[in-house]
Each structure stands twice: as C-alpha cells, then as structure tokens.
Design a protein around this ligand. Structure first.
Ligand code: MG
Length: 341
C-alpha cells in the first residue's frame, strides 16, 4: 500500500522505493516499511549515528550548550532536505536516509581530524568515502548495514568541499534527485548554522556579514535559510527535466557567505589553534597503534577487521568521538592519577 501510494503521488522524478536497485546482499524486505524507510531506521539505530552527538562541527568540543555538533548539523540537513523533497514530491524517506547517513564518516575534531588522516593514511582519507565505509563495512561489529544502492550513492556523493554545489559531471553527482537535494541542504545548513555559531562565540558580529549578502538573503538566520529554500523551489517548479539549484543572484550571495566563513571563521587563530592541537592527538594515536598492534586489537575490538593495519587504525580513529579520543590520549600518554586510596 505504501509503495503504491508513492507511485500514485510522487513526482515522475522521484525515486520510488519499489524501483530501488537493491542491496548488495539480497534480503527479504520488511513487510511494513518500504526499502528507504527501512534504511532510515537502520541508520537511526546505528552506533555511529549516536556518536555524532560528540563530534565537532566547527567548534571543538564546545562547552556551551547551544553550539552545533555533528548530530544537530545532520538533523538540520535532514530537516531542510525533507522540506525540499516534500514540496517537490520527491521521496522523503530516501532523502532523510541519505541526510542522516551523510556525515557518519566524519572524524573527531572536525576538519582537523580529517586533514591529518588525509596526510598520514596510506590510502588517503575523505569523510564521504568513510561514511560509505561505515554503513557498508564497519557498522554492526564489522558486518555493515546492507543499505540500498540509492542511499549509499547519496551518502558517497554528498560532499562538495569548496567546489560546485551541483556539478555537471555525472560521475560526481548523486544518481537520484533526492541525493542532489541533500547536497544542497548540506551547504544551506552549514553555511547558516556556522554563521549563527560564530556569532554566538563572538568571533564575528552581525555587521561583519557582507551587506550585499544580507540584502540578498536576509538579516536573520531563519530568513537566510528561507530565501535559499524558496529559491530552489521557485527555480525548480515546472522545469522538465527537474532543475535543482540556486538562481544566479542567490547562488552568488551564498558562495560569498561561504567565502566569508572560510576567511573570518574557519581560519581564525582561535579556531585554528585548537585544530593544530587536535591534529596532534590524532597523529599520536595513529602512530602509537601502528607500533603496538596487539594493543590496537585489544582497544579497538571486533569491528575493525577490514584491510591493512593502517586502514584498520584509520577506521578506528575516524569513528571516535572527540571525547573518546581525548580520553584515550590521556590513558595512553599521560600519567594516571592514583584513585584508589
Ligand atoms: Mg554535512
């Protein structure tokens, strides 16, 4: 009945659950939930999803209650992407599943952790590739979640770094419109909430935000999100094939805002100084385990069995929360206070 409802009410551009390209290991589908809804539930129940709550977005292990973490970022992405999907009659369950899984591969300490793993891992490192590794291999004690092709594809291809929001290169683009929405929603979410957090931290003030960005996008956090979301919808309405993206003016202002963030927030000494310390923790943990394989096996447990020792250590470290990495560093490298009296 739910699959039929999709066929009846969703747009011709929607990915129907009944038309999924399926799972790597075929399994009998759930009798209550269509495939993407089932995938969404698997992600919510996963351990890596719960660990997002203690992973840095921009501000390292913030003491303030109101800064974003990787988990609240993920929820904001999901929220924005679902709003878009629903308005465009695309598959909301697929959109949500991709959004909830997209950042599972993020390291502790945000981009500091990612940068250092990129440098020291022989296989390189990218969080979107790692996100796919998490759902394919690492979750469920090394067995993986066996998600559908469309969710895995959207997770792998969500990231654009400083590059194009949506590119013309089909290799680089998600196979589904739902995947493309998540890519857009990710940018909308982080640009806006990182500005909000930077204001909260007192790193910038409202008047620092470039005036033409404020004119074009709005004066407040919610106005700016609203402008971007509406712009995507207005531009998409009635297009065939469906055209997703921001119009020239709004895109320009959005990219300028992103540029502003890189210059005024991400590269700021107050932010960057802690990144250097965090990168040192990641590097020390990596080198320590490389020299002490038995200790690694004992510490990491059973989920990290895929690939070379270097690869397994990277998987273990990438999965850590900020807090866990701190504690492990303390345990391994700092004298422990003698607690028993
Ligand atoms: Mg993200």
């Amino acid at each position: 009945m739910l699959e039929e409802r999709e066929e009846k009410f969703l747009s011709p551009y929607a990915q129907l659950s009944s038309q999924t390209r399926g799972r790597v290991v075929p399994e009998e589908e759930c009798s209550i939930r269509p495939a993407f809804q089932h995938d969404r539930d698997r992600l919510v129940h996963s351990k890596s999803f719960r660990r997002l709550k203690d992973k840095t977005q921009v501000f390292l292990t913030p003491a303030g209650d109101h800064y974003r973490t990787r988990l609240t970022h993920t929820l904001e992405v999901s929220q924005i992407a679902r709003t878009l999907a629903k308005a465009l009659s695309l598959n909301e369950d697929l959109t949500e599943a991709i959004a909830l899984g997209h950042d599972l591969g993020h390291t502790p300490f945000g981009h500091a952790g990612e940068e250092i793993l990129k440098q020291i891992s022989p296989d390189g490192f990218h969080h979107s590739v790692q996100s796919l590794r998490v759902v394919d291999l690492l979750e469920k004690d090394g067995r993986g979640l066996n998600l559908t092709f469309e969710v895995r594809d959207g997770i792998l291809k969500h990231s654009k770094g400083k590059g194009e929001l949506l590119s013309d290169d089909p290799e680089d683009m998600p196979a589904t419109y739902e995947g493309r929405l998540v890519r857009l929603a990710d940018v909308i979410a982080y640009i806006n909430h990182d500005i909000d957090d930077a204001l909260r931290a007192g790193l910038i003030s409202l008047s620092d935000i470039p005036p033409d960005c404020r004119d074009r996008l709005g004066e407040t956090h919610s106005q700016r999100i609203n402008t971007m979301v509406r712009n995507i919808l207005e531009r998409a309405m009635g297009t065939a094939p469906l055209k997703l993206g921001l119009s020239h003016g709004v895109l320009e202002a959005t990219l300028k805002l992103r540029e502003f963030l890189y210059e005024r927030v991400y590269d700021l000494p107050e932010v960057h100084g802690d990144f250097i310390k965090a990168a040192k923790i990641v590097r020390e943990l990596y080198l320590h385990f490389l020299r002490n394989e038995a200790e690694f096996d004992q510490e990491a447990g059973e989920a990290f069995i895929h690939g070379s020792l270097e690869r397994r250590i990277v998987d273990f470290i990438a999965g850590m929360t900020d807090r866990y990495a701190f504690r492990l560093f303390e345990k391994l490298f700092l004298p422990q206070p003698w607690i028993i009296v």
